[in-house]
Design a protein around this ligand. Structure first.
Ligand SMILES: NC(=O)c1ccc[n+]([C@@H]2O[C@H](COP(=O)([O-])OP(=O)(O)OC[C@H]3O[C@@H](n4cnc5c(N)ncnc54)[C@H](OP(=O)(O)O)[C@@H]3O)[C@@H](O)[C@H]2O)c1
Length: 270
């Protein structure tokens, strides 16, 4: 089959829930076929049916663990079989680790770097050359406002998101004038399962119950990406915060972040 006979789709990692699911809906609304990738087959099947019924687009899904290098080959195999190419890549799947770095299990830290950093980099490197050759599409990487500064008690997670912002900003510059958009969506707290999954329950930022909805984060992420915005901060408060982070020295912010991110109850094993 000629490359030109292939059909375009948007690949969304972690597209079965939270921000990824909301982003999938935004892309589907404007007629994009989708490939959703995460680990839970039942969830993927359900959301794929829901989206294709609501929006009349074709939604493929693949259950695989992106912390494993072989998952990249599994994605390529499915695309080849279904005769699609990746027009847009949304690197959204990610998780965090709460608590002191010295208390994390080494395997957990490795898995987080594999997902938040390695898989995102592998997928970007795999699909970007074709986007540049076609002069269309792009990559939307979901980072976090946490990537804008060091985060004591979520140290490795914040560092992983700093990598995502740095990579995105550099690639965006490299792709200027190519019609390929490289953006990063950097939300502050969003109301999803993310915080419970990472074990953050008693931290002040969780207890304060703030945060925006996944729908709002996705809506602003999608429109920013389509407009070619490089760093997308999906709330007014977040934008003010990001401005302050540019001015205030990290040495001053570190104690405030540590206070904000530290668990308020004694954790098991500490
Ligand atoms: N929520 C927030 O406050 C917030 C703020 C800033 C940035 N973010 C970022 O936003 C992104 C999405 O987070 P969310 O809030 O929507 O969290 P979420 O509801 O926990 O969703 C995470 C998604 O990633 C998938 N995933 C996790 N591990 C995976 C693996 N090994 N292989 C494949 N898929 C995997 C999950 O599906 P399965 O578990 O079924 O595999 C799920 O679909 C993350 O990158 C996160 O860092 C979140």
């Amino acid at each position: 089959m000629q490359k030109t006979d292939l059909r375009p789709l948007t690949l969304i990692t972690g597209g079965a829930q939270g921000i990824g699911k909301a982003l999938a809906l935004e892309f589907a609304k404007t007629g994009h076929d989708l490939l959703l990738v995460s680990r839970n087959t039942q969830k993927l099947e359900k959301i794929a049916d829901e989206i294709s019924e609501q929006h009349g687009v074709n939604v493929l899904f693949l259950a695989c663990d992106l912390t494993l290098v072989k998952s990249i080959g599994e994605i390529e195999t499915l695309l080849h079989k279904e005769q699609y190419y990746v027009q847009n890549l949304v690197n959204n799947a990610g998780f965090g680790l709460a608590g002191p770095f010295a208390g994390h299990q080494p395997d957990e830290v490795r898995a987080m770097i594999d997902l938040n950093v390695r898989a995102l980099t592998d997928l970007s490197r795999l699909f970007l050359p074709d986007m540049l050759a076609r002069k269309s599409g792009g990559i939307l990487n979901v980072s976090s406002m946490g990537g804008l500064l060091p985060g004591p008690y979520q140290a490795a997670y914040y560092a992983s998101k700093a990598y995502v912002i740095s990579l995105t900003q550099a690639l965006s510059w490299e792709c200027l004038g190519t019609n390929v958009h490289i953006s990063t969506l950097a939300p502050g707290p969003v109301r999803t399962d993310f915080h419970a999954t990472m074990g953050a329950r008693s931290e002040l930022y969780v207890k304060s119950g703030g945060g925006i909805s996944a729908k709002k984060a996705a809506r602003m992420g999608y429109s920013g990406f389509k407009c070619g915005q490089c760093l997308i901060i999906p709330s007014f408060l977040g934008q003010i915060g990001a401005l302050a982070l540019k001015i205030l020295p990290h040495d001053l912010l570190m104690p405030i972040m540590g206070w904000f991110l530290k668990a308020r109850i004694k954790q098991h094993g500490q």
